[in-house]
Every structure is written in C-alpha cells, then in structure tokens.
Design a protein around this ligand. Structure first.
Ligand code: MOS
Length: 715
C-alpha cells in the first residue's frame, strides 16, 4: 500500500467511525466552528500577538520559601544594550491594593513562597531577556519556613468558609453517638498530593499601552475578570482597558483568576513605553499559577446490618499560602451524596510558606469524592454488599443538607445503566482471585457529582439583511468547544441553520458575561444567547420576517431570571464510573483496561463536544489515580516536579478503552436549555473507581494517590 493509499484508508476509517458515533448519539453534533482557524494557524493566542515594537520579558522568581530580598545587582544585565529594563520591588510602579495579594507583584521585598516574582527583565528579544535574567545577582535573607502539611499541624484552624462560599463546618443529628453504635464502621484516612493543571499553553500576556488606555492579550478563562483586576490595580476605568482572550490553550481552573503575568506585562509595558510580552516557562507554572492543594481526609461511616448509613463524617485538612486563604472544599459532596441522618463535615486549613493553591478541575468534588467513594467501597466490603447496591440503598429522597428536593437526580439510573453496559452483574466480589497469566484483574465503581452553577450574563443578537446573524457575548472558549455549543444554542433559538450564525466571544468589550469556570459557562452564556435570540426572532416576526436595511438588534440580560430560577431545588449533575484494571503480579504496574462513565447532566447540547469533555476529564482522573503527583520541597519550598518529564500525565499508551455515555435527564428547573455543566463532572469519582478496582484485583487498599508500584509491593 502506498503512503497515500494508507492515509486515504485511515481517513475513510476515521470518517466512518465519526459517522457511526454521531448516529449512535442520534446526532445533530456540530464539529468545532473554530476548527479551521486552529488548524490553519489563524487562531491567535496571547503570545501570537506581536504589536510593532514589542519587547519581551523574562521573569525571575524566588528560590527560597520565606525571606527578604536584600539587593538585586543589575549592572551586568543592563550592560547589554538589548536589555531595556530590570524591574524589581525597588523601582516597580506602586499598584493599588486588591483583594488578591498574589497580584501585588514586585510590590515588596518579602518572599512569601518559592517561585514568587522577584524581578522582571525586559529586552529586545526573549533570548536577551533570559540572558539578562541570568546576569542578575540577587541576595536574600533566608528565614525559617514551614511548608509541610500534616493531619495534626498545629497551624490548622477552621475557617469561616471553604471555597465556593460553603460553610466550613456542617453538622446534622448526633454523629458521635450514631457512629459509636453502628454495627458496621469504616474509619479511613486518605492522602492526596499537590496536583498541577499544566495546560498546553502556559500563562502569558502581551500588553500594549496607548496613552492612558491598556490592551492586554491574555491567556485567561475570563477576560472580564482580568479587566476588572487591571482596572483596580492600575486605577483605570473599565472602559480604558481591553482584554482579549480569543483563543486559550486550556486552563482547567489555573486561568480562572487573573494571574501574575497579566499584571507584570502591563506594568512592564508602561515602564519601558513599548508593548511587552511575558510568557511563563513551564517550570515557573508549578509555583506561580496555583495547584490543587494537598489534602488529608478522614472519612468515618457507620451503617446498619442492611448497609443503610446512619453516620457519616468527612474531615478535611488542607493548606494555603500566607498570602491568601484558599480552602479546598473537599467535604462538601459528603453533605448531599447519601442519606445519612447523622453527619459532620469539616474543613481545616493551615497557612504555610507555600505557593498559593488554586482551582483545578472540579475543585472540592474531585479530591473529596476520591475519599468518600473509596470509603463507600470499604463499607460495601464491611457489609458484604455489592458496591452498586450499597449506593442505591443510600440514595436520598431529597438533599439531606439543604432539605430541598433535587431538580433531578438520576444517579441510580446511571449506576444501573453503567452496570449493564460494563457487564457488572456476574462480578465475583472476592478480591485478588482473577488472573490473566501474570496479571491480577479487578473492577471497581464510584459515583460522580458536580453542582449545577450558573451566573448572570448579557448577550446581543443582531439580524443582518442578508439573512445571517451576529451574536456577541464575552464568553471564553478554553478549548472546550464553547463556541460551537453557543452557535448551536443560537441556531436552535433562532430556528435557522448553524451556518448562518456568526459568533464573537473572548473580548472584554463584548456584552458582559462570566468566566469559563465551575462548569457554568455554557449555561450562563447560553441562557443570555438563548434569550437574545428569542427576542430577536419575535422582533423579526413583527417586521414580517426580514430585518430593516440596517439590521435588527436585541440585547438580553439574565441577571434577574438567573437569580430567581430554580432556587427551591438542590441542583447537581451525577454519574457513575466503572473501571477494570490489571496489576502485574511481579512489577506491580497498574494499567486501566477499561473505563466507562454514564452521566446524567441535563440536556446535552452538542454530543460530539460533550463526549470529548467527559472522556477528557475521565482521562485526567485516570492520570490522577496512577501518575500525577507533586512533591513539596521541604528545603526550599515550592514543588519539585517542574516539567512534564517529572510531572507525569497520562499519555495515549495509558488510555485504552475510555467511554462516556449519558442518560436522558430532562431538567426543567435549570435554564431554558435544560443543561447541566459537563466540564468537571467527568473527573469526579474516576480515581476512586480505579483505586477500588485495584483493591478488587489485589486485596490491597491504597489510600494515597497516585497508586504506584511501591504502593502495592511488600504489602
Ligand atoms: Mo474550573 S477548576 O472551575 O475552571
């Protein structure tokens, strides 16, 4: 076969497969509307902008965990005529205070953590900037530091709130008494390491001042946030700042809040009077753009002889930096997952000399459900019950935390449908008895959940005389397919073919809308797009179906409707994940043979992209279970794994059969589309399903991720 024939053949096969998948999902899917722009290089990211005269910055960061910068000698660096400036806390312009101390860059001599910005070298080229950075001589006074989280760290305190505005502590009934008297008890403590997002596109910004006006091309999940933060820091009116985040190469939460490079680029551009571009090196991401905070989680469950849970406690210890309180809300899902009449959930946090943790895909739910769903597996064994059946038995009729009914909760259907598709029925529950040659085999299950979040948004729909439409909304597509989903929503509401809809997103001068985060983007932006299109369709009908010669425009603002819709319901998405693993009896290498997720996430808007989001998140969960791990450096603070050679993520060879399905989950209590978010749901529960399968294969319960050969050998 010639290379050409081979290529043709492969292409035919792929197209055939694509068509089959589309048929299976009853489809209607749109392929990425920005696909051609991305594959032809027309799509521009933050560092693809090089306005005339652009200078390039290199960031120098602290190499110790706590101390003071005494001096930065820059004479050697500045001796190179290509070096334009060395900016440190001594000469940087004073920024106005904000509520996010991580953005007060180069404002003080204090070093609060390893990797904190200490100096910025600006030069004609990135190479000259980097050479200039190497030529700096920085002296610091080192102070004693404290960077390691332990379950009994003396600095642990109970904050008022955990992230997301959830109360840090909740109790109902009398946990201690109910637990003490329960015939079946599980008391287990789980340890999760710090984890990093590592999007393909590092955090970067290109800043341009034009008189008093500032434009920033920003790698961000929400240009509106950056506009707001820059406005506070530089004392400008919002209209004086334009932030463009047209294409973003992944974020997973790490670009959900404004980051240091955005502020540094703006600050440097003003200092040198030229546009400035700053792109972080991958090694700098580990300490500067957040991480999933490590957690120590104790779960206690008491159940009666039939497996009904009477008592459930989930106690989380986590850490934050000295700069800012950030409390991973890992005990929150335990409040609503199961019908436990007596329950206590609490978060405690220690403020250490570490980089500030931040958002990482399904913050709270992802680490919390690893612990809870592992403990449920331990309980199933203690009670002699099938783990699917155990979960079904503890299904609550209403949200046990708020007392509200669920808007929809199809977890039991997900478990049953997943069990059917996976072939769970004839599972032998005994651990460590299945073999395929040298391989031990096992299967495991875990539940998924993620809250349905939504924010107010505005959008504008315009009908052109030629029959096409222009939609404007400041949504952000971080690679999820948000553009495509919005075109879909607009086309449906206008009742026209998607090809007639042009969409503009990713700029702060578009109608105001929230960031891409909390799996809330499509619901929030889509709601406003839907309403604007509905109004436009009505207006068009009044004009006899044709817009006047200058077109017709309608604007929507969902603030009121979002605030008053569905508040009487507990709103969450659900899912069930099933894993099959093999464990090599000699090397203890664990590989995932099959991963299946069945989800209930409201109406699925664009099946092709939804499937990609769900399987993508499951793969990230697989990665968390077996590979991902950051080590806090006890000597210098910060994280040891600073590149993708050391911070392992799942590669193609680690991912064999991963499949996501969903069940019909019409939910009228959410938004006009009936959709629940799908960006984060898929990572929740995956690691527990895999760990539970490892136990089934080996009889060894691993309570610390990732599961490595040394987790299993010698135990
Ligand atoms: Mo996501 S961690 O809410 O961007």
């Amino acid at each position: 076969m010639t290379a050409h024939q081979d290529r043709q053949d492969r292409q035919d096969r792929q197209e055939h497969q694509g068509r089959q998948e589309q048929q299976e999902h009853g489809d209607t899917s749109l392929t990425r509307v920005e696909g051609p722009d991305k594959v032809t290089g027309r799509a521009r990211y933050a560092t693809d902008h090089h306005p005339a005269g652009t200078a390039y910055a290199w960031l120098v960061t602290a190499s110790l965990a706590r101390g003071v910068v005494d001096a930065v000698e820059d004479a050697d660096a500045l001796a190179d005529p290509a070096v334009l400036a060395v900016i440190t806390h001594r000469n940087a312009e004073r920024l106005a205070p904000t509520d996010d101390p991580t953005l007060a860059v180069l404002q003080s001599a204090r070093i609060a953590h390893h990797g904190q910005p200490v100096a910025l070298v600006v030069a004609e080229t990135p190479e000259a900037a980097r050479a200039g950075a190497r030529a700096l001589r920085i002296s610091c006074t080192r102070e004693p530091h404290d960077v390691l989280l332990t379950a009994d760290h003396p600095g642990l305190y109970t904050p008022e709130e955990a992230n997301g505005g959830y109360p840090a502590e909740r109790a109902r009934g009398d946990f201690d008494n109910a637990y003490r008297t329960a015939p079946h008890q599980v008391d287990a403590t789980y340890h999760l390491p710090p984890l990093h997002n590592h999007p393909m596109e590092p955090h970067a910004a290109t800043a341009v001042w034009d008189g008093g006006r500032l434009t920033v091309y920003d790698a961000s999940q929400g240009s509106g946030n950056s506009q707001e933060n820059l406005s506070k820091l530089f004392g400008l009116r919002a209209e004086e700042i334009l932030v463009v985040s047209e294409h973003v190469g992944g974020g997973f939460g790490s670009k959900g809040t404004t980051r240091a490079p955005t502020v540094l680029a703006a600050l440097a551009a003003r200092a040198v009077g030229r546009p400035v571009q700053l792109c972080l090196a991958r090694a700098q991401l580990a300490d500067l753009v957040g991480h999933r905070s490590p957690t120590v989680q104790r779960v206690r469950i008491g159940a009666d002889t039939t497996g009904r849970i009477s008592a459930l406690a989930h106690e989380v210890a986590t850490r934050s930096s000295t700069l800012r309180e950030f409390v991973e809300q890992a005990a929150v899902p335990a409040r609503m997952m199961y019908a436990a009449p007596h329950s206590r959930t609490v978060h405690r946090v220690a403020r250490l000399d570490v980089p500030t943790p931040s958002w990482m895909r399904a913050p709270g739910e992802c680490p919390g459900m690893f612990a809870l769903e592992s403990a449920m597996d331990e309980l199933a064994l203690a009670c002699g019950l099938d783990p699917v059946e155990l979960r079904i038995r503890n299904e609550p009729a209403f949200d046990p935390d708020s007392g509200k009914p669920f808007s929809s909760r199809r977890l039991v259907e997900c478990l049953r449908e997943g069990a059917r598709r996976f072939g769970w029925a004839d599972r032998d529950p005994r651990p460590g008895v299945r073999r395929d040659g040298r391989l031990l085999l096992g299967t495991g299950v875990a539940a998924s959940t993620y809250p349905v979040l939504v924010g107010p948004a505005t959008a504008e729909a315009h009908a052109r005389p030629d029959g096409s439409f222009l939609l404007r909304v400041n949504a952000t597509d971080i690679g999820t397919g948000a553009r495509t989903a919005l075109v879909r929503i607009a086309a449906d509401a206008l009742r026209v073919a998607p090809g007639r809809v042009e969409l503009r997103i990713g700029r702060s001068d578009l109608p105001k809308a929230p960031l891409a985060g909390g799996s809330s983007g499509t619901a929030s932006w889509g709601w406003a797009v839907h309403r604007a299109c509905e109004e436009l369709r009505t207006a068009l009908a009044e004009h006899g179906g044709r817009p006047p010669s200058d077109g017709l425009t309608r604007h929507a603002d969902t603030a009121e409707e979002v605030g008053s819709t569905g508040q009487e319901y507990a709103r969450h998405a659900f899912g069930a994940q099933f894993a099959e693993v093999q464990v090599d009896q000699d090397t203890a290498e664990v590989r995932v043979r099959r991963l299946l997720g069945v989800f209930a996430a409201g109406r699925v808007i664009n099946p092709l992209a939804a499937r990609s989001q769900l399987t993508g998140a499951m793969i990230m969960g697989l990665s968390m279970a077996l590979l991902e791990h950051s080590t806090t450096d006890p000597s210098f603070g910060g994280h040891v794994e600073r590149d993708l050679a050391a911070y392992h993520v799942a590669a193609h060879a680690d991912v064999t059969a991963v499949d996501a399905h969903w069940i019909d989950d019409p939910d009228p209590h959410l938004n006009p589309m009936g959709s629940k978010g799908i960006g984060e749901l898929g990572i929740v529960g995956t690691a527990a399903a895999i760990s539970n399968a490892v136990h089934h294969a080996t009889g060894i319960r691993v309570r610390e991720l990732p599961i490595r050969p040394e987790s299993l050998i010698g135990r």
